[in-house]
Design a protein around this ligand. Structure first.
Ligand code: HAM
Length: 415
């Protein structure tokens, strides 16, 4: 073999891909109901977009981006997430000039150079939703409800929703000060990354995989206790809307999302200790990317993680497999006739297939079984000469002879 696939990426083979299609179909159905329209943005963008949008001090920008120079010596990056691209498109296409809100969703691959392990890949896929142009707390609750509806319709149970408020820039300014004071005595014992984060973005320290178990770090004050009155009211209203929807949640004051753009509401959906989805408000991003002062909120679900959760919970997916009708031919002339017959059945809208290798009757019937065929059409040279064919119902075993001219119609009637 010339080469294998790179580390951390997957082939989606027939047999598996139907599960993906079910997830994508469910996402589209739910978005349609919430009146959220699809957006498709490029797989790569100018590197600058993610540096500015996602934040220079995030792990994504510092360590995980697939960045390359193209032949025109521009620095481009395979998108590590969808929000920055959607906001860029919102600004560049002046979608903000239309009546707001702008509600959009996307489904597609994202790329992060992370250490691959179960549920963590270098090319992974997200279903994401972004709602721009409205700041009302009911929209925060609506976006969370959309995600919850999606999980419920997939058939998942026991999904935990954790929420927090990471505050507006005004709240965070006050909190950063308090946090630096709290962490100052242990600053020199923190990992190298955190020592640099201390000045640049101390909230990142709370999320550090190395230092978050440090007792002083773990006992840091909560952002929630330093919210401005406006931020507090917003958070209270989001919770009260969630209550009115009957959506259960846990307030996790320790939640720090791994991206820098969040303001106020932040949330995560968990299943068996793994994060299925994360999201929140990002009210400064549109302006930061050169647009007007417009708010935004959204989330993204990892599709691979959703599939793992479905497997953990043993959810049987409604996946259509097999064929409506399989053609079995005996003899050279009959075999030729099945080529056109197959085309006629398919044109009539049936899922149809046949044997291509000139196998024995027994082997052809086995193939029909393997494909879960509901009907089998058996055509021998003798039948062909008489202008008839046999239809066998695979469930009842019943077999009837019908004129070839009526075959398509008869098969259709029997389904
Ligand atoms: P995120 O938390 O970085 O947020 O990613 C969202 C979800 O993508 C995660 O909860 C996880 O299920 C999945 N995910 C992330 N990295 C990987 C990986 N390496 N392998 C497999 N799955 C992964 C965002 O990306 C934000 N853009 C979400 C958002 C939208 N916030 C506001 N709007």
């Amino acid at each position: 073999m010339l080469t294998n696939r790179p580390r951390g990426v997957n082939d989606l083979l027939p047999g598996d891909v139907e599960r993906w299609q079910f997830i994508e179909r469910t996402a589209r159905d739910v978005c349609r109901r919430f009146n959220v329209a699809e957006i498709r943005t490029p797989i790569f963008e100018h590197t600058e977009l993610f540096k500015r949008g996602v934040g220079e001090t995030t792990d994504i920008v510092e360590k995980e981006m697939y960045t390359f120079q193209d032949r025109g010596e521009r620095s481009l990056t395979l998108r590590p997430e969808g929000t920055a691209s959607v906001v860029r498109a919102f600004v560049e296409n002046k979608l903000y000039a239309q009546p707001q809100p702008t509600k959009m969703y996307y489904i597609g691959p994202m790329f992060r150079y992370e250490r691959p392990q179960a549920g963590r890949y270098r090319q992974f896929h997200q279903f994401g939703v972004e709602v721009l142009g409205v700041n009302d707390p009911s929209v925060d609750a609506e976006v969370i409800a959309l995600a919850m509806t999606f999980f419920t319709e997939l058939g998942l149970k026991d999904i935990t929703l954790e929420i927090n408020s990471v505050g507006s820039p005004a709240s965070r300014e006050a909190y950063r000060h308090v946090l630096r004071e709290h962490l100052a005595p242990v600053k020199d014992t923190l990992c190298k990354d955190c020592q640099s984060r201390f000045d640049r973005n101390p909230m990142r320290i709370l999320d550090c995989k190395v230092d978050r178990d440090n007792e002083i770090v773990a006992n840091s004050p909560y952002m929630l206790d330093y919210l401005t009155d406006e931020d507090k009211t917003h958070f209270e209203q989001v919770k009260s809307y969630l209550d009115s929807f009957g959506i259960r949640y846990v307030v996790n004051p320790r939640m720090v999302r791994g991206l820098d753009y969040y303001t106020q509401t932040a949330f995560e959906f968990m299943e068996s200790g793994s994060t299925l989805s994360g999201g929140g408000r990002y009210n400064g991003m549109v302006e930061q990317l050169g647009g007007p002062d417009q708010p935004g909120i959204g989330f993204a679900v990892g599709i691979e993680r959703a599939l793992i959760a479905l497997q953990n919970q043993d959810v049987q997916l409604p996946i259509e497999k097999g064929v409506d009708v399989f053609l079995v031919a005996l003899g050279e002339e009959a075999s030729k006739r099945t080529v056109t017959l197959l085309q006629e059945l398919r044109t009539a809208g049936l899922v149809a297939d046949k044997d291509y290798l000139g196998k024995s009757m027994k082997a052809q019937m086995k193939a029909a079984d393997r494909l879960n065929a509901k009907q089998v059409v058996i055509l021998g040279d003798d039948e062909l000469a008489q202008g008839v064919a046999n239809i066998k119902d695979m469930e009842s075993g019943e077999q009837v002879s019908v004129p070839l001219s009526e075959l398509v119609q008869k098969v259709q009637q029997k389904l």
